[in-house]
Design a protein around this ligand. Sequence first.
Ligand code: SF4
Length: 411
Amino acid sequence: MNVAFLVYGCRLNQAEAEGWRTALAARGARIVPADAPHADALCLHSCAVTAPAAREALRALRAFRARHPRATLVVSGCAAALMPPGLADLTLPHARKGDWVEAVCARLGLDGSAPAAPPPPRRTRAALIAQDGCDAFCAYCIVPHQRGAPVSVPMADLLGRADALLAEGCPEIVLTGCNLALYRDPETGARLPELLARLADLPRPGRFRLGSLEPCVADDAALIRLLAERRGRLCAFLHLPLQSGSDAVLRRMGRPYGVRQIRALLDRVCEALPCCGLGADWIAGLPGETEADAAASEALLRAYPFTGAHVFPYSRRPGTPAAAFPGQVPPGAIAARAAALRRAAEEVRAASLARFVGRALSVVPERLAGGVWRGLCAEGVACAVPPPARRGVPVAFTPAGTDGGRLTAGR
Ligand code: SF4
């Protein structure tokens, strides 16, 4: 049974699908690339955060059906409910995530009688899902409507899973959630900083990275102190969905902070964690956004040493409050503002990367390409490390230059 996977969207989606791949392989499925000439099934885990993401999933599903008319199509994720009826053979929206493996195995006849597929190569990075769901209902966001109310994994389970991954030799674990800021241990009520501290105290070697984190929790003094004190064990890296540099836009989005708080947070992070990795999400063109608002976002982006940025052109999602806001920005203006933000982000990143030159970093090599090992340093910056190195074994690296957004050994 050859099973292909196509996964769209956030790190949480990627992590969920990774678990399903492993479960199907253990039941005897051969996991094949989505463009393999022979596939018996496709499991598509979809994303509906933007209209193009949902459209792309639909396009891929139709294309797969055309290439493999007899294959079984399984659709899950945020866009599952938006697919035309009858296209997929099995639709498993988020509410049925708990029985995804059993439902898919039953449909594909994977009863465990076939020998398990060989284990995948040792992982260089694994996601640890701590939390799912969100009830913040930001005006533009479809996620709470699809994923439902927040649910956290008990801390004891997370510590056990993390320890098992470290025991496998996984060198980096990324703590992931739909909205990590909402993490609460269901048994003790402990929050994210405590979870992170307990993970850092596990005895086996390896490092932990925080996934995308709402600014209100990143602002927690305990969290920043912990990242600084346990630097090395905890990656000096934060990715913050800031979304805008305009108070008026943040208010309309329903975000629980303003520009003053963002600046105070970024100042504190830069002081406590000099030369850290700093990423951010930005949305261009929320209804009512003016040219001055867009310029304010760019000014904020240019004011701090961001090493990465995801710029999302605003995408109207039916059912969200923003879809009905007056002052919808014309698509051309949205595209132009997104392009301006991306240009600014590239310039800021280039300047920011130069600060890493000459610093001692720890890189996890992931793949050999063009005679160098590609991988991320703890600060989340892409590096090109000369051999010798081994896949998945952290290596000390002092970059001497930058090239195409990577830190390199050459000038
Ligand atoms: S915090 Fe806001 S943007 Fe993030 S998932 Fe929740 S509703 Fe969506």
